[in-house]
Design a protein around this ligand. Sequence first.
Ligand code: BTN
Length: 270
Amino acid sequence: MLYNRAVDASSLASALAGLALGPLRYLPSAGSTNQVAMDWALEGAPDLALVAAGEQTSGRGRLGRRWYTPAGTALAFSLVLRGGSQDLHHPARLTHLGALAVCQALREHYRLPAQVKGPNDVLVEGKKLCGVLAEAVWQDQALLAVVIGIGVNVSAGSIPRHLPLAFPATCLEAETGFPVERPKLLRQILESLLRWRAELDSPAFLQRLEDCLALRDQPVRILRPGQPELEGVIAGLDSDGALRLRLAGGEGAAVQFGEVHLRAVDRTPD
Ligand code: BTN
């Protein structure tokens, strides 16, 4: 069947033809594509080298969590970014780049009301459909590269049913109601990522991210390791990308996304 055909290196390569990417490594099964890409970066992988896997056996998420990628159900890929000073000055913003790229691709090509929940989730109708994990690659105390890993739930099998989830989850096929071709989806996301990467430093990037922000004007609780909990309403983003909050007393606060947990106040915290 057209949509559910198996993905392999050559179907991926032809779906990605013409994109300004580095070399592609497709692995039917990998531990973690982020780990493969980080090792490859240390061995000299060039900028925009791409690792994609049909399944991950030890995929990782933020805050030491596991990320499930059962065979043939999802997109799991990692991109090596080592293009120059611009990227490496903004490793935190690269998480946003990944999330914005997915959000825009879902809006443009699937007409879904996708939103970015800082720092690294893409939600549809309040349910998580994608997670992004950016990891730095160091060599001799110098930042060599940043790897952006993106996991997108495509079919129902990508959502772990046997585990308690930190957040409600969904998948692309449940939201669209039709089967999705994974190589095509990968191309759509990468096109969006390449477009927004060129704008990382521009006000347009933050403006678009702000337009996509989940929980805007809603009361949220912000949990930050080692710091007091904050409760307020999300007012938007500051010019440096920090989350702008209106606190209960009316005063404002800026919170860097970094290691925050962001929850609507009526949801159970992590
Ligand atoms: C999160 O939501 O906690 C982030 C999840 C990131 C998952 C992706 S899947 C591809 C890449 N490889 C990994 O091991 N993790 C990322």
